[in-house]
Design a binder for this molecule. Structure first.
Ligand SMILES: Cc1cc2nc3c(=O)[nH]c(=O)nc-3n(C[C@H](O)[C@H](O)[C@H](O)COP(=O)(O)O)c2cc1C
Length: 184
C-alpha cells in the first residue's frame, strides 16, 4: 500500500482542536476559502442542502458558547477562545432531489452536510487552522438568536481558530476491521 500522499498527510493532520490561541482572529479570506471547500462537496442529486452561518462577532460568539449545552449542563466550553463558529443548517430539499430520496425512503441531507463539513475542516487544516465539529447545542435557542426558520435543522456547530494544542494521536479501528472483500 502506497501511503506516500500529501492528501493522507492532510487527513492525519486534521484533528478535533480543543484549545485555540485567544484573540488571534482568523482572516476572512481563510474563512471564505474553507467555505469554498465546503461548497465543492458532493450531495445527493446535487441538492447542496447546507447553509453556514459564520459567527465572529464577540457578543454573538458568547451567545453561541452559552448555548453549547443540554438542558442546564454546558459542554464544549473549550471553544471559548475560538475565533469563529460555523453554525451548519440543513436547507430544505429541492423537488428534484426530494424525488430520488422519497423513492429511496431516506434523506441524504445529513450525509451531504457531513461531506461538506469535512471539506471545510480539511481546508482549515491545510490553512493552519484548528476546528472541532460539535454535536451538542441548544438548537431552539440558537435558532431564536440567529432567526433561523423553524422548519430548518441545525446539524452541527463547528468551532475554529488558530490552534494552541497539538495534533492528538488518531485512534481508529484497524483497516481490516472496516472492510471485507467480496462478502459481508
Ligand atoms: C457529528 C460530530 C459531532 C461531534 N461532537 C463533538 C462534541 O460535541 N464535542 C467534542 O469535543 N467533539 C465532538 N466531535 C469530535 C469527535 O469526538 C472526534 O472527531 C473523534 O473523537 C475523532 O477525533 P479527531 O477528530 O481528533 O480525529 C464530534 C464529531 C462529529 C463528526
Amino acid at each position: 500500500m502506497d501511503n506516500n500522499s500529501n492528501f493522507l498527510e492532510l487527513l492525519k493532520k486534521r484533528y478535533s482542536c480543543r484549545k485555540y490561541i485567544p484573540s488571534r482572529k482568523v482572516e476572512m479570506d481563510k474563512i471564505l476559502s474553507c467555505l469554498e471547500a465546503a461548497r465543492l462537496a458532493p450531495s445527493a442529486s446535487n441538492s447542496q442542502p447546507w447553509k453556514y452561518i459564520i459567527v465572529d462577532d464577540e457578543n454573538l460568539k458568547r451567545q453561541v458558547l452559552e448555548n453549547l449545552k443540554i438542558g442546564p449542563i454546558k459542554f464544549n466550553q473549550f471553544a471559548k477562545d475560538a475565533s469563529f463558529f460555523a453554525i451548519v443548517v440543513q436547507q430544505l430539499r429541492n423537488l428534484e432531489s426530494s424525488a430520488g430520496q422519497v423513492v429511496m425512503q431516506r434523506s441524504f441531507s445529513q450525509f451531504d452536510i457531513g461531506c461538506s463539513v469535512n471539506n471545510f475542516c480539511l481546508r482549515a487544516t491545510e490553512l493552519g487552522l484548528g476546528t472541532c465539529i460539535m454535536g451538542i447545542f441548544d438548537e431552539k435557542k440558537l435558532k431564536k438568536i440567529f432567526k433561523i426558520p423553524l422548519n430548518r435543522k441545525i446539524v452541527v456547530v463547528v468551532s475554529a481558530g488558530y490552534p494552541e494544542d497539538v495534533v492528538s494521536e488518531k485512534k481508529r479501528k484497524a483497516l481490516d476491521e472496516i472492510y471485507s472483500l467480496n462478502k459481508w
